[in-house]
Every structure is written in C-alpha cells, then in structure tokens.
Design a protein around this ligand. Structure first.
Ligand SMILES: Cc1ncc(COP(=O)(O)O)c(C=O)c1O
Length: 411
C-alpha cells in the first residue's frame, strides 16, 4: 500500500472485541497470567505475550508496526525520546575501546552524546564533513562499529550521500545508522539507499503537534547480523534471524537503560502519523517559498536550504528525497546580535528549541542549543554565530512571510 494509506491503517485494525477504531491506550505497568507456568513461558520466550511495559506494551506495538511499515523496515522499537533511540543503538553496537564515525553539523544533543557521554564509556567518536564521502572512509579504523548520519544535518543543512556512505560502511562490515527525523519516511526511506538502522526523534514531524517527546529505532533488514563484528548479536541471530539486533536491544540494552516511552505519548504519536503525509507536503511547500523569499532579501546575508537551486546539495537531495527538501532552513543576518533582534521581533513564529511542530518555530542555536560549545567549536560544527534556524510550519505561507518581513525590517 502507499504511504498515505499506511499512515492511517498501518499497524492497527479495529479491535475485534470492542471495534475501537483508535488504537487503545494500554496504560498498564505489567500483564497478569493465570498460572506461574504461563508467565514463565513468556519470560522464557516460549510463548508470546507482554511482561512489563519497560519491555513492551500493546500501544507501543501498534506504533512500532505502523512506523516499521512506513519505513519499509522489518521491525521497530519505540523509545522515550530521540536521544533514547540514539543512545540505545550506539550502546547496543559498541563496547569500551570501540569507535564511531559521524559528521559535523548534526543535532547538538547527539554531538554531546557521542563526544561527552559515550566517551565516558571509552568509545571514541570522529566527526567528519558530511559532504565528503572520502572522509568517512579515511576515518574508519579496525575498532569502528557504526557510521551515524542525519539525512539533512540539523542545523548544518548538509546532505550526506547515503548510498555512497552505505557502501563505505558495508565494505568495513559495519552498519550505517541514519537519523531520519528531518525528512521522515514521507520524503525518504533510508533503507532504500542502503541504511541498516533508522532512528527518529518522534517528538518532531512524526508527532507533528509539539505535544510529547518520543523516539524510535527501525531495522531496515539490510544488515546481515549473522556475520560482522558483533559477537553477541551474531549469537542471537541463530534464534532471532534478521530481528537479532532489535531482540538484542529489547531484551538487554533497551530494557536495562529504560528507554521505553509512555503509552499516552505513544497514542499521540500514532495520531500524529495519520496526518504526516499531508503535513509534510505543506511543510515542504512553505519552506521552499520562505527560502526563496529570504534568498532575495537585502538584509539576509545567506540562506541554507537544499531546495534552492544554488545550494550545493540541491541535486543530491532532489534525488534522495524525491524532489522535496524538508521544512528546516537556516539563514544568516551578519551577527549574533542581529540574529537575536530578529528572533525577538517575530510574532507568529515561536522562539523555542524544537522543530517539526505544525507551527513555525525559530531559534538562535549559538546562544541556546550550542551554548555549551566554544565559538571555535561551533564554527567547526557548522553553526556560525549569526545562524537562525527556522522550522517552517503549515500556517498560510503569506502570514509566515509577512511575519519574517516585519521582523527583518525592525531588526
Ligand atoms: C535530528 C535530531 N535527532 C535527534 C534529536 C533528539 O530527539 P529528542 O529531543 O526527541 O530526544 C533531535 C532533537 O532536536 C533532532 O533534531
């Protein structure tokens, strides 16, 4: 079925007992069984069933099936947040002494996770230029266990060449992990371009309404877990086959780290997915119009949006994302002070640390998300001090442009 249909029907059919057309919120901690033997069988994996909502829950299952179908993957794990999803995947693939290759320009929380938190467990990370395939190859060493990229770096706005980087990863017999938060499966299924694992901050476009945090991990089915450098996952592959990595997470890393979401948040994410195809179409159309407007504005010094024909990633992004370019863009106004003045003077656009709400959002990353880094570190990460990030919403584009026009005039 097409993605518009899967967004509405994937993962859940009306409940056979009640006819409930919306997936029920299973607000429960644990699941009761009539006999000790039955519960022992579920614990032992000899019978299907839920045990405890930190490991699984029927509301999560509906969401996981729907997102796996949208991504064309073989399975999914729903997480408390995008960071929980990233941490769970990275910790599931690495041990002390291992190494990760990722890129500059990615989400600040993810940079912090790799450079600071994972480093505490003696896992090293190398940050390369997202646009240079050769840099990925050069950064790999015998201890590298994964490559991690964002489809469009946030806020760097670079587009890594997914099929070429997947080849680099696979030649080293390691998985390519792709954060598809900014593009969502509506624009791209990274598995189609060779990605092995897809992660999401569901808090963004998938939820779509800025009402709850969430994350997800999808296995695309591309990686052969029965070989490669992961001895424990390889052992599981004999029993779990292609689902070995997700089983490794659910029964160990995800379970032990407590990565699970809340059933109520998951219900809101399921609702969010229903309108995702329609929203993404409107988001992308508005972002294109706003980017073109800003590119012609005398007070704007630069605009970074792959939908602009002058953008160095225009051709690649068009090919990977089916002619649509997402709804996040950045632009510069010459200085950090001018950027702050612009943000202060918007009325419709809200100044907050999020993307992917239906509403238009703006933020000055250097003084907020990236304030824990020095100006030199920020510059190296592709976050200059005058950068303003916009997550373009689905309001009337006329009203969005009028708000920007007035803020730029008063800046
Ligand atoms: C691209 C990207 N990945 C991951 C995350 C982390 O997600 P969450 O805030 O849901 O933990 C974010 C959050 O801003 C993000 O923008």
């Amino acid at each position: 079925m097409d993605i518009e249909t899967l967004a509405l029907h994937g993962g859940y059919a009306p409940d056979p007992h009640t006819g409930s057309t919306a997936a029920p919120i299973h607000q429960t901690t644990a699941y009761a069984y009539a006999t000790a033997a039955q519960l022992a069988d579920v614990f032992g994996g000899r019978a299907p069933g839920y045990i405890y909502s930190r490991i699984g829950n029927p509301t999560f299952s509906a969401f996981e099936k729907r997102l796996a179908e949208l991504e064309g993957g073989i399975g999914c794990l729903s997480c408390a947040s995008g960071m929980a999803a990233i941490a769970c995947v990275a910790m599931g693939l690495t041990r002390a002494g291992d190494h990760v290759v990722t890129t500059k320009g990615i989400f600040g929380g993810t940079v912090s996770f790799f450079a600071k938190t994972l480093a505490r467990f003696a896992v090293r990370t190398t940050f390369v230029d997202a646009g240079k395939v050769e840099a990925f190859r050069a950064a790999i060493d015998p201890a590298t266990r994964l490559i991690f990229v964002e489809t469009i770096t946030n806020p760097g706005m670079e587009v890594p060449d997914l099929p070429a980087i997947a080849d680099v990863a696979h030649n080293a017999r390691i998985p390519l992990v792709v954060d598809n938060t900014v593009t969502t499966p509506i624009l791209v299924r990274p598995g189609r371009w060779g990605a092995d694992i897809v992660v999401h901050s569901v808090s963004k476009f998938i939820n779509g309404h800025g009402n709850s945090i969430g994350g997800a991990i999808v296995d695309t089915g591309n990686f052969d877990w029965s070989s490669g450098p992961f001895a424990d996952i390889q052992a599981l592959a004999r029993r779990a086959g292609k689902l070995a990595f997700l089983a490794h997470l659910r029964m160990l890393i995800y379970r032990d780290l407590g990565c699970c979401p809340s059933p109520f948040n998951t219900f809101l994410h399921l609702l969010g997915i229903e309108g995702l195809p329609l929203r993404m179409a409107a988001h992308c159309q508005n972002a294109q119009a706003l980017a073109e407007y800003l590119a012609n504005h005398p007070r704007v010094t630069w605009v970074n949006y792959p939908g602009l024909t002058s953008n160095p990633y225009h051709e690649l992004a068009g090919r990977l994302f089916g002619g649509r370019f997402g709804a996040v863009l950045t632009f510069g106004v010459g200085s950090a002070e001018a950027a702050a003045r612009f943000v202060d003077r918007t009325v419709l656009a809200q100044n907050l640390a999020n993307i992917g709400d239906s509403k238009t959002l703006v933020i000055h990353p250097a003084s907020t998300i990236f304030q824990e880094f020095t100006p030199a570190e920020r510059q190296a990460m592709g976050v200059p001090d005058d950068l303003i990030r916009v997550a373009v919403g689905v309001e009337s584009v006329k009203d969005i442009i009028a708000d920007f026009e007035s803020a730029l005039e008063k800046m």
